[in-house]
Write a protein that binds this ligand. Structure first.
Ligand SMILES: CC(=O)N[C@H]1[C@@H](OP(=O)(O)OP(=O)(O)OC[C@H]2O[C@@H](n3ccc(=O)[nH]c3=O)[C@H](O)[C@@H]2O)O[C@H](CO)[C@@H](O)[C@@H]1O[C@H](C)C(=O)N[C@@H](C)C(=O)N[C@H](CCC(=O)O)C(=O)O
Ligand SMILES: Nc1ncnc2c1ncn2[C@@H]1O[C@H](COP(=O)(O)OP(=O)(O)OP(=O)(O)O)[C@@H](O)[C@H]1O
Length: 556
């Protein structure tokens, strides 16, 4: 398989450019046919580097380039026709690209409709899409594990794309429309009947999900993020809300009270979906909620008991139906992710078919005991060694809160270079408030000098350390150790059996970007190595884990 071109269906019936233009017209994208004689296409790509023989190349106007500038390259790779806008068509003419073309005003919108027509993906697998600021990856893996009990299930998300035994690393959380439609058709040809996928706000904004319809769409939470793209929280909310419109999904499952903020985004999302006419199912997180919810939800998390590193929980419908399950991953937020996953899968099936799903949920270890690569991934139990992807202040605070035990919490983390500089001392402060030993190290420095990054993180931690010492509260240690593997080794060297070692920030990532050099580095591998070296017992690597050992590439 050509990894760059991703999954492609094995067979695609050729479609003529003329027919495609008529289809776009009918779908509300007025299309003009220009250029030479008609041609037939069997695929679609919006990146010249991903074009294969027989493709329609789509030239979109981007932030850096106009895609039409790459039409000659696309033609050399076998593109048979081009879909673009008027500006792109002018460039094709100026460059003497002799391919038939379809010209539309809204190329990104037409891209979804064209992809869906070419691959005939409208009757592909049932889609279960989850959106929200945090928890998408985890919820998607949980859904897949449960769906897999009764059918073959695909997965599309930040870490990887999985279709039975085929796995490719992800470039995006949510791929571009041509890849998505090809992927769905290819999965269907492989006998996959359900797909669990993450839906990023970027993908809604860039209309990567154009031409898709979700069987069930779920909402985790909304906290500040990506305001560079969305401008305001209201706009961020509205972007995500589009997933819950009846044109986009059949059923919406909305978590109401994951976050405590004056806007009550969860309730707003549920109201939006219901007012639009979408069948809307609501979830009150009860004991793991950040606040009481407005009114009564359809489902409430009623019981929560610690169980191993995770929890057992019960969900209760207002009609009295109960769902019992457990989650193996630490952190109350993972109970919220598991509850959402369970309800999305249940509401994707007719009630009379819930029996096997309820049984699968109640079994221990159950579907939510499966590790999610780099998400509160437990590498050892005594001392508890945990690798997590928390890479912002909020995530770090949540992760630290969830691992607090009888012993000390030893935290290894750093901040990324060339990204939000202001969050560095804030993360340092959060670390000092939640951990006993803070080892500041490097994340991806990119092209920035790593030493000043560490100092900025450390400054935030030291400030809190001084405050705590002044009021005689807790004694904490703040250390600075680099490179990262040495920091992990130092954390393990000082750990006792009752301690928790949390290595945060990189999760599933296997490549560190140091001044443009891709340096192999996997926190899970390093933590396992150090634990074994010090004679501690480690858990076997998760079966779903991607990493260099699988020969699977990873995004940097
Ligand atoms: C900000 C953003 O999302 N930009 C997207 C946008 O890029 P752009 O406008 O800069 O594109 P460009 O470089 O000007 O190129 C214009 C066109 O020429 C094409 N081209 C360009 C060069 C070439 O050699 N050949 C070629 O065909 C490009 O494929 C593109 O179609 O269109 C490109 C084409 O698909 C995307 O790759 C690109 O995603 C960038 C790389 C990106 O990083 N996006 C991230 C932020 C993203 O989408 N993230 C979310 C998750 C966010 C989260 O939750 O954290 C995701 O779903 O992954
Ligand atoms: N429901 C949740 N609420 C708050 N924080 C969470 C939740 N679920 C996971 N987290 C934290 O956020 C981190 C990222 O989780 P996950 O990858 O599942 O979310 P995501 O929405 O896919 O984020 P990203 O797009 O950054 O991968 C986890 O490592 C954990 O620290």
């Amino acid at each position: 398989m050509n990894v760059r071109s991703g999954f492609r269906p094995a067979q695609v019936a050729p479609v003529s450019v003329t027919e495609l233009a008529e289809h776009l017209d009918a779908e509300g994208y007025p299309a003009q046919r220009v250029g030479p004689e008609d041609a037939h296409v069997t695929g679609i790509a919006m990146d010249s580097r991903k074009v294969i023989d027989g493709d329609l190349y789509v030239g979109v106007s981007g932030a850096q380039h106009h895609g039409a500038d790459y039409a000659r390259v696309a033609a050399a790779s076998g593109a048979r026709a081009v879909l673009t806008d008027a500006r792109g068509a002018a460039r094709l003419a100026a460059d003497g690209v002799g391919l038939p073309a379809i010209v539309v005003t809204d190329v990104r919108g037409a891209l979804g409709a064209a992809s869906s027509r070419i691959y005939r993906s409208d009757d592909a697998a049932q889609l279960y899409g989850v959106t929200g600021t945090n928890g998408k990856t985890t919820t998607t893996y949980f859904m897949r594990a449960l769906l897999d009990k009764t059918q073959h299930t695909g997965l599309i998300g930040t870490i990887e794309i999985r279709a039975k035994e085929r796995v490719v690393p992800s470039e995006f959380t949510t791929p571009e429309a041509p890849e998505l439609h090809a992927l769905l058709m290819s999965m269907q040809q492989d006998g996959i009947s359900a797909v669990a996928m993450e839906v990023s706000s970027h993908s809604i904004s860039y209309r990567r999900i154009a031409g898709l319809r979700y069987h069930v769409a779920g909402f985790t939470n909304l906290t500040q993020d990506h305001l560079d793209l969305h401008g305001s929280m209201q706009e961020y909310f509205e972007t995500k809300a589009a997933l819950f419109d009846p044109q986009r999904c059949d059923t919406a499952v909305i978590t109401l009270n994951a976050t405590d903020e004056p806007e009550h985004w969860g309730e707003k999302m549920a109201r939006h979906a219901a007012e639009q006419g979408t069948e809307t199912i609501t979830l009150d997180l009860g004991p793991v909620a950040a606040r009481a919810c407005e009114g009564e939800a359809d489902w409430t998390l009623t019981e929560l008991t610690p169980h191993g590193l995770g929890h057992r929980f019960t969900l209760r419908h207002h009609d009295g139906t109960e769902v019992r399950s457990s989650v193996g991953l630490p952190g109350e937020f993972n109970v919220a992710n598991a509850a959402l996953a369970a309800l999305m899968v249940l509401h994707g099936s007719p009630r009379q078919e819930w029996g096997p799903l309820l049984d699968a949920l109640a079994v221990e270890p159950g579907p939510f005991d499966n590790a999610v690569p780099g998400r509160m991934e437990v590498v050892s139990k005594r001392p508890a060694g945990i690798v997590d992807f928390a890479h912002n202040a909020d995530g770090l605070a949540q992760a630290l809160k969830s691992v607090r035990g009888d012993g000390r919490t030893i935290l290894v983390f750093g901040a990324t270079g060339e990204r939000d500089v202001s969050k560095r001392p804030i993360m340092g402060a959060v670390a000092a408030r939640g951990a006993d030993v803070i080892i500041v190290t490097d994340d991806d420095p990119h092209h920035e000098d790593p030493a000043p990054i560490r100092q900025q993180v450390r400054a935030g931690a030291i400030e809190v350390q001084q405050e705590l010492t002044a009021i005689g509260e807790r004694h904490i240690e703040v250390l600075e150790i680099a490179p990262r593997a040495e920091a992990i080794e130092a954390a393990v060297a000082m750990a006792d059996a009752d301690d928790v070692i949390l290595v945060a920030g990189r999760g599933h990532e296997t490549i560190q970007d140091v001044a443009g050099d891709p340096v192999p580095l996997d926190d899970r591998v390093e933590l396992r190595r150090a634990l074994s070296h010090h004679g501690w017992i480690t858990t076997p690597p998760a079966s779903t884990t991607t990493g260099p050992d699988d020969g699977i590439l990873n995004k940097s």
